[in-house]
Design a protein around this ligand. Structure first.
Ligand code: FE2
Length: 329
């Protein structure tokens, strides 16, 4: 919608912002950037790019179908996927299941969006339900130019917008331990049983996760590897931060990361995107918080209906829209 606007439309709306109703009654804010590149109809302006974010689809094909439909409706310039995208399975099937899913369902989604929307910047991280052997399948999609995998020690530039991503979450009950880390050194971990992927052997190895995670860098230490990042920038971290009501489980326990929270406070990204705790928005009524200049978001995830957000980098807090496919159809 916004991409089709030209200089006359900008002039008609004055500076910037207009409301447009969705069929479901959800409002959508349209923001029109007054950057020269945009006003002149240039395609290179990324400061005002619209970004669509979702997470935790867990291999559910109906949610991938809804994501494709939503993206075609929203027409973002950037798509960000926040981890736990692939199906669960038993350890002995996980390589086939997750590698196969990336090569089929994820690839089909990205090819369809490229065909329907033109070149679409896409970035993703993994979550604690992914296994390391699926990285090679994602790398093949990177080679095709379909997406970029984010990490904390590498800054991705989408024009003027920078992105940093972090896949790991604090210890969880699930068996896969490739993307789990202690939040901070000395933290307690009671989940002993798990498996990690051994790349050289090409198979999973059973581990005592309590002992194993003690041998690895913590989330706090991993995040410390992030160098200077120029604004505007986006942090994409699978785990939500602690202390913001974006991390509450159904049982009432808050399981967010203190390391991610401290990183946000110290580094102040413009936007910080999270997933992992699907039910948090229902439990607390919160899916967005403001920490200094940082807009922090966990849209949560549904079983039947996809949860997502979109926003313009021109004004993330003013344009953030929680949506599902019915909202934007
Ligand atoms: Fe997760």
């Amino acid at each position: 919608m916004g991409a089709a606007m030209g200089p006359r439309d900008v002039a008609r709306f004055g500076s910037g912002r207009a409301w447009s109703g969705c069929r479901s009654g959800y409002p959508t804010i349209l923001v029109f950037c007054l950057h020269a590149a945009c006003v002149q109809g240039g395609r290179s302006c990324t400061t005002c790019m619209r970004i669509l974010f979702t997470s935790d689809l867990h291999g559910q094909r109906h949610l991938f179908d809804q994501l494709a439909e939503l993206a075609v409706a929203v027409r973002p310039q950037g798509l960000i996927l926040g981890g736990d995208l692939l199906p669960d399975s038993r350890p002995e099937e996980a390589e086939d299941v997750q590698v196969g899913f990336v090569a089929t369902v994820v690839r089909d989604l990205l090819v369809r969006l490229r065909d329907e929307l033109g070149p679409l910047r896409t970035a993703m991280i993994f979550g604690n339900h992914e296994v390391r052997c699926a990285e090679a399948a994602v790398a093949r999609l990177e080679d095709e130019g379909l997406l970029t995998f984010l990490s904390p020690d590498k800054v991705l530039a989408w024009g003027e917008v920078s992105l940093v991503g972090y896949s790991c979450a604090p210890p969880c009950p699930y068996w896969a331990k490739d993307y789990e880390r202690l939040d901070r050194r000395g933290d307690e971990n009671t989940f002993e049983q798990g498996y990690v992927w051994e790349t050289d052997a090409g198979e999973f190895r059973r581990v005592n996760a309590v002992e194993h995670l003690r041998t690895l860098a913590t989330m706090e230490e991993d995040l410390a590897s992030t160098g200077p990042v120029e604004r505007p920038w986006i942090l994409v971290a699978h785990s939500p931060p602690a202390g913001l009501q974006l991390d509450r489980l159904t049982c009432g326990l808050d399981v967010g990361s203190e390391a991610v929270a401290a990183f946000i406070r110290q580094r102040q990204p413009d936007v910080s995107l999270h997933g992992h705790v699907h039910e948090a928005p229902q439990m607390t009524g919160q899916y967005r918080r403001q920490v200094g200049r940082t807009l922090v978001v966990n849209p949560g995830q549904g079983e039947q209906k996809l949860a997502a957000v979109h926003f313009s980098m021109a004004d993330p807090a003013g344009t953030l829209t929680a949506c599902n496919v019915a909202c934007c159809r």
